[in-house]
Design a protein around this ligand. Structure first.
Ligand SMILES: OC[C@H]1O[C@H](O[C@H]2O[C@H](CO)[C@@H](O)[C@H](O)[C@H]2O)[C@H](O)[C@@H](O)[C@@H]1O
Length: 597
């Protein structure tokens, strides 16, 4: 039986992240990077695909858990007939090797605690050789090794392809476990002090969170979202992953299972804008530098996603030995969408660079050169059909959102030139391009009979991405076509009070995206509806929707990509940057002042 997706909490070290269940089990961890093979993959199979559980003997689920203050340090409390304990989980800021620290502390009574560690390298498929070395248990297989120790030392033994420990704790007594990953050909990794690491991690996060400029209602939810977005940032390069997981299903038992451990230009720019809006400039600068390195070269070769360091090849393949989350197969690694044409990314990149400039980020000469080159390319490319922001696996179309975002690319270039006389570019040409796109979209993507823009030219389908039309400035919020589009989407794409990204009839979803099956409501689209309602003067409704969306966060404030309002369950990769970006954006729109906006 899998825990529900919302039963997980996240810990991470800015290079990778782990999911810890309410049962005290780490069921997902890729080492040493977000996109490395998992050594705990029970999330997508069963415990024989790797997990690490620490819990009182005979206890099933924790009584309570919470992050300590504004940090990524997780406290899980357990109540048993013997007494109570707390397990504190974290991944300390990395020096060289990644560590997972789990500190068990007695609170009341004398509690018997068990640790069961099942390491399975290469996505849950390889059982390592185990040996003892000094006070460590060492697991080795191929390129990977993992070193387990405890302070103080507790009795540990191997059985049934797992490493077991059992001990008791009384009030105030602590047992700290440290699991360290290391390349198997290198000598023993340096030892960290788990208690010092805990104190340092708390101090770092507290200092980081204190910089948040948002001070409105639901501040805790906003700060938790920002911490989550920061946790999805790969510190060595500044790249941002869409989520730390692969193949958590968009439909339980379905095939819509994708690998999100890569850097999408779209998801990253939106993440960056959210961080920037709340005062986080360093992350914005690091990502901009990542972008400049990743996209360097011919603008025609721009990809819609890259690896953490800007790698271009992210081949998609399946892992047949994993049975999938609640049987949702296949489990996929890599993402074939990497080769798609998605014209909206030009607009998102241009908008993000525009906002960075406005926020006062130091100027980089390459940045303007790159923007000019991208725009020159877009001048002809915007007329092409594409796969659009939803990365459909069906035929290419003239997606309205892609054209609107092409308009955004031209608009932001024009406005940059108008405000920055030192920069040079084809101002007249870009103005003409902007006008040409605008005219075509209004003529070919708008249905005057229904008074709504549609998903693609000539199609009857709607698309929740069109809620962004007033937000990006394509048309003013009081334009009757904008109000008509917002109303049509609310009417036709709503499902139990939340919003699907496109057609609500399951039978036609496949027609839109070329995939079998259906999916849940899309959380970022639901936040976009709240934004659009607010912009079109229906602020009370917007607030009511926002309250319901905040109410979907799990007990530690996290959101997956989608939500099934009938089953009352989160769906899709978890936690997802998009959803948390939506939460921050709507909070700012309703209650804040956008620093960079
Ligand atoms: O719907 C099919 C596609 O689903 C995934 O894409 C979604 O996730 C991306 C990352 O968050 C996001 O940028 C995109 O807008 C979403 O549609 C998947 O990655 C694709 O391979 C798949 O075709």
């Amino acid at each position: 039986m899998h825990p529900h997706i919302e039963d997980y909490a996240l810990i991470g070290d800015h290079q990778t992240a782990a999911l810890v269940s309410r049962h005290g089990s780490i069921d997902w961890l890729c080492l040493p990077r977000f996109d490395s093979p998992a050594c705990f993959a029970a999330l997508l199979g069963d415990k024989d695909n790797g997990n690490w559980r620490i819990a009182p003997k005979d206890a099933d689920t924790c009584a309570h858990r919470a992050y300590r203050h504004d940090s990524l340090v997780l406290d899980t409390e357990w109540e048993t007939a013997e007494g109570t304990i707390r397990v504190t989980d974290l991944m300390p800021q990395r020096d060289r090797a990644p560590d997972v620290v789990r500190v068990v502390e007695g609170l009341t009574g004398r509690v018997t605690v068990r640790s069961t560690l099942r390491l399975r390298f290469d996505h849950g498929s390889v059982v390592p050789w185990m040996r003892k070395a000094d006070d460590h248990r060492v697991a080795v297989a191929g390129p990977d090794s993992a070193w387990l120790r405890s302070e103080p030392l507790v009795r540990t033994w191997g059985k049934d392809r797992a490493t077991h420990s059992e001990f008791t704790v009384a009030p105030g007594e602590k047992v700290a476990f440290v699991l360290t990953w290391h390349p198997s050909h290198e000598p023993r990794p340096r030892l960290i002090d788990p208690h010092e690491a805990l104190a340092a991690s708390l101090a770092d996060w507290r200092a980081w969170a204190a910089r948040c400029r948002y001070d409105g209602p639901h501040r805790d939810a906003v700060v938790r979202s920002l911490i989550t977005l920061k946790a999805l940032t790969y510190a060595p390069t500044g790249g941002i992953v869409a989520a730390p997981t692969t193949s958590l299903p968009e439909e339980i038992g379905g095939v819509r299972n994708w690998d999100y451990r890569h850097c999408w230009l779209r998801d990253s720019t939106l993440t960056l804008n959210a961080l920037l809006s709340c005062g986080y400039h360093e992350e914005a600068e690091a990502w901009r530098d990542w972008l400049l390195r990743a996209v360097a070269g011919d603008p025609a070769d721009l990809q819609i996603m890259y690896g953490l360091s800007g790698e271009r090849r992210i081949p998609e393949f399946e892992l047949p030995w994993l049975s999938g989350y609640e049987g949702s197969r296949p489990v996929r690694i890599g993402n074939a969408a990497v080769h798609q044409r998605q014209l909206d990314v030009y607009g998102e990149v241009a908008d993000s660079l525009f906002l960075s400039r406005r926020a006062g980020l130091p100027h980089k000469p390459h940045m303007w050169r790159m923007q000019r080159a991208l725009l020159d390319f877009l001048r002809s490319a915007w007329r092409q059909p594409d796969e659009g922001l939803w990365e459909v696996r069906g035929p290419r179309r003239h997606f309205t959102h892609s054209k609107v975002m092409s308009w955004v690319a031209a608009d932001r270039a024009v406005r940059t030139l108008e405000h920055t006389p030192l920069l040079h570019g084809d101002l007249d040409g870009w103005r003409a391009l902007r006008e040409e796109i605008h005219q075509e979209v209004c003529a070919r993507a708008y249905d005057p009979v229904r008074n709504t823009f549609t998903q693609s030219y000539g199609s009857p389908e709607l698309d929740a991405a069109l809620l962004l039309i007033p937000q990006v400035g394509f048309l003013p919020p009081d334009d009757h076509r904008v109000i008509g589009t917002v109303d049509a989407i609310r009417e036709e794409l709503s499902h139990e009070g939340f919003v699907r990204r496109y057609s609500s009839a399951p039978v036609t979803v496949a027609a839109v995206d070329g995939l079998p099956g259906s999916e849940g409501t899309f959380l970022v689209c639901s936040f976009w509806l709240a934004d659009a309602l607010h912009m079109t003067g229906r602020t009370e409704e917007a607030r009511e929707l926002f309250e319901r969306l905040v109410g979907l966060t799990n007990d530690v404030g996290l959101l997956a990509e989608e939500y099934d309002p009938v089953a009352g369950r989160q769906l899709g990769n978890f936690p997802q940057a998009f959803s948390h970006v939506g939460l921050v954006g709507t909070a700012l729109a309703l209650f804040g002042t956008e620093e960079a906006g």
